[in-house]
Write a protein that binds this ligand. Structure first.
Ligand SMILES: C[S@@+](CC[C@H](N)C(=O)[O-])C[C@H]1O[C@@H](n2cnc3c(N)ncnc32)[C@H](O)[C@@H]1O
Length: 187
């Protein structure tokens, strides 16, 4: 692994669950880095659905995708991720990425929120295929506060251990509320 930055670490952890031709979801498009990663991972025969509530996120992501890819294997939706089940069928998705928080250099008030994040993760679980994975980058402190972190961790803790493998990792020796990479695998 070249980088232990949270997003790179999450990409590394999910990539063995993704094959060319798969359907994947970027639940929080932002500036499109995760969308590009998923589009490259599934290749021209695959498909990526990406969601954000901010038009600026769609524009940044589209620009990045057009520069990075020679094929068009994505659909970008200006919609909240809690509606993702309207766009894909149950058991059809191999990877769903959540990168919580706010659009960098954007309006911090338009951050992800625990109520819609939990609804979206619930919806996402139903879409995952067997051995599919959901990755969640959780931030806390500062503008983010702790409410979303605590709600997401409580929700993860409550998942049925017979149906889901849940891994919550830590930057154990980093000060100041480091981000938390978490993973759910559909068994
Ligand atoms: C940390 S950024 C995501 C970074 C992004 N994945 C990337 O690679 O650049 C979080 C994004 O979540 C978006 N967001 C907030 N609430 C949302 C919701 N209910 N549904 C979808 N996206 C949401 C924000 O607008 C913001 O762009």
């Amino acid at each position: 692994m070249n980088s232990y930055q949270i997003t790179d670490f999450c990409h590394e952890m999910v990539k063995s669950h993704i094959a060319p031709g798969d359907l994947c979801i970027d639940a929080t498009m932002g500036n499109g880095n995760d969308t590009v990663f998923l589009c490259q991972s599934v290749g021209g025969d695959g498909k990526v659905l990406a969601f954000d509530i901010q038009r600026a996120a769609l524009e940044h992501t589209r620009e990045k995708l057009e520069k990075s890819l020679e094929y068009q294997n994505y659909e970008l939706y200006l919609d909240s991720h809690e509606h993702m089940a309207e766009y894909a069928s149950e058991g059809s998705v191999s990877c769903i990425l959540f990168n919580l928080g706010y659009l960098p250099a954007g309006d911090h008030a338009l951050s992800t929120r625990s109520d819609s994040t939990i609804k979206a993760m619930e919806a996402g679980l139903a879409l995952l295929k067997k051995n599919g994975v959901m990755s969640v980058c959780i931030y806390s402190g500062g503008d983010s506060g702790f409410a979303e972190r605590d709600a997401v961790l409580a929700w993860l803790k409550g998942l049925d251990h017979k149906k889901y493998l849940v891994l919550v990792t830590e930057y154990y020796n980093r000060p100041n509320h480091p981000p938390i990479p978490a993973f759910v695998v559909q068994m």
